[in-house]
Design a protein around this ligand. Structure first.
Ligand code: GAR
Length: 218
């Protein structure tokens, strides 16, 4: 953000239920952040999160990926919609499309994702089952800047969640999701406050914040 008086312009991309989007919208309001969700964009017309956004009075758009022959064509169409809203940040909140390098580079330093694992462990899908299969005792989520490598990039914040005896992918997912809402909203607050910098060494610095890992004991 260059002018701290103007609200930070946020574009949120979803594919499904949008609980992270809801948490972010709620936090902006409750905490009185100087940020605004300009639009919620989905690649699926039937994403439940779109209904929620519309009921909330947020602008919504659909860019249906199935209507495009290639990833490049879809990403170009998506970028054209995004650019109409001139975002400071594009927040991926359960947006389940692999993005092209060109798209990621276009929004370098502006594209933020949440992933349900402690990256760099367990990129891709079924992260909770991956964690259980690996036998790790701690799991969590990561909010990170997006790079062309899938589920990879400079980490802004993470949650740490113990894996409990008897956990299955569903119980673990539920506990991690609750932490996602807290960690993503906190990261968005830092972004909106203009505290977050990408350093030349490829790591993140958040001014005035000593600890960006959050432990959620069971
Ligand atoms: C969240 O768990 C998010 O971390 C995950 O999808 C879910 C979306 O839930 N994202 C990814 O797996 C991206 N690689 P939500 O729609 O309720 O926010």
């Amino acid at each position: 953000m260059t002018d701290s008086t103007l609200p930070c312009r946020l574009v949120v991309l979803i594919s499904g239920r949008g609980s992270n989007m809801q948490a972010i919208a709620g936090h902006i309001e409750q905490a009185g952040l100087n940020g605004r969700i300009q639009v919620v964009i989905s690649n699926k017309a039937d994403a439940p999160g779109l209904d929620w956004a519309q009921r909330r009075g947020l602008a919504t758009e659909v860019v249906p990926h199935r209507e495009f022959a290639t990833r490049e064509a879809f990403d170009d169409a998506l970028a054209r919609v995004i650019d109409r809203y001139q975002p400071d940040y594009v927040l991926l909140a359960g947006f389940m499309r692999i993005l092209t390098t060109g798209f990621v580079q276009r929004y370098a330093g502006k594209l933020v994702n949440i992933h349900p694992s402690l990256l760099p462990s367990f990129p891709g899908l079924n992260t909770h089952q991956q964690a259980l299969d690996a036998g790790v005792q701690f799991h969590g989520c990561s909010v990170h800047f997006v790079t062309p490598v899938l589920d990879h990039g400079p980490i802004i914040a993470q949650s740490l969640v113990p894996v409990l005896q008897g956990d299955d992918a569903q119980t673990l997912a539920g506990r991690v999701l609750a932490t996602e809402h807290q960690v993503y909203t906190q990261a968005v607050q830092w972004l909106v406050e203009g505290r977050v910098a990408l350093q030349p060494d490829g790591r993140v610095h958040v001014s005035g914040v000593a600890q960006r890992g959050f432990y959620f004991p069971a």
